[in-house]
Design a protein around this ligand. Sequence first.
Ligand code: F6R
Length: 366
Amino acid sequence: ERGGYDHFMLKEIFEQPETLRSCMSGRINVEGTNVALSGIIDHIDKFKKARRILIIACGTSWHAGLIGEYLIEEFCRIPVEVEYASEFRYRNPVIEPDDIVIAISQSGETADSLAAIELARKAGAFVYGVCNVVGASIPRNTDSGSYTHCGPEIGVASTKAFTAQVMVLTMMALTIGKEKATVTDERYLHLLKELQNIPDKITSILALNDKIKELSLIFTYAHNFIYLGRGYSYPIALEGALKLKEISYIHAEGYPAAEMKHGPIALIDNEMPIVAIATNNAIYEKVVSNIQEIKARKGKVIAIINEGDKSIKALADYSIEIPITDECLDPILSCIPLQLLAYHIAVNKNRDVDMPRNLAKSVTVE
Ligand code: F6R
């Protein structure tokens, strides 16, 4: 049932080209000229007049929510706030009738997320679910929603559900953005084309598995890790760190790269591995200087870079080259090598990858 893979997690990582194809299927037309999520189209007026969008989720789904914030603000020009469901539900938040709440949950059963949407609905908000498990409690208690359609996820560490959540949020932002005319036709069409290239680009990243496994051997005994990224890569830094912590039990922190100088840079010495998500983006030069600051303090840098990159490759101790895509779609690619790195380090340490200690696949208690 693990399809020849040693663990469900590895199988699920490798399924991602296929799961993302099924996530897009029936939503983006074959010509790549239109995307429509029916749950959005059915309520398009609500989305067009939304004053604010609140995204609530936990864990990995919360990281997908952060990417959703960047996407929705960029393409729909609607202010977005992302909150941990567990905080939202207990702090008497301001919810107005023109607010839309998006609840993201793989299992659709997370107790804190369920309680948060109940609170939001009582306050009159329209609640939209982004869930994977069909017919679970969250989709049954929302006004509308979109399934991620990535099939059952068995490994406790979320991988394919995460990329499918980001994919749904991307399609959602483009659907609303087109209706509101807050995204240009040119950009819209370019992104739809590029979305269709994502599965093949993931396949080429998966071909780096042996190289990443080799790299993992160098870092198996590290006690700490720092993950850095900026812009769309910042949530990926958080997600990369979470994957490592939960399955390898190594302490790891994700940080926005520019925040390092406000404290955490004090941690850097020649024993600290730093994973820098340093793919091309609008602030590439700034990321280069953040990496220089780390190298000046002798940190060991593992950089996720784009194919053809020279500046960061020359600075980093190790680099993993991934295909270029549009900046806003980059998270779906850059998270893949981090999933593999966490997986191999955990395997090297003989951890129970699919069922890490103290964790459960669905957290139905608070
Ligand atoms: C991380 C992980 C957890 C879940 C979180 C939310 O790999 O699996 O952090 O993401 O418990 O779960 P769902 O998405 O089912 O609400």
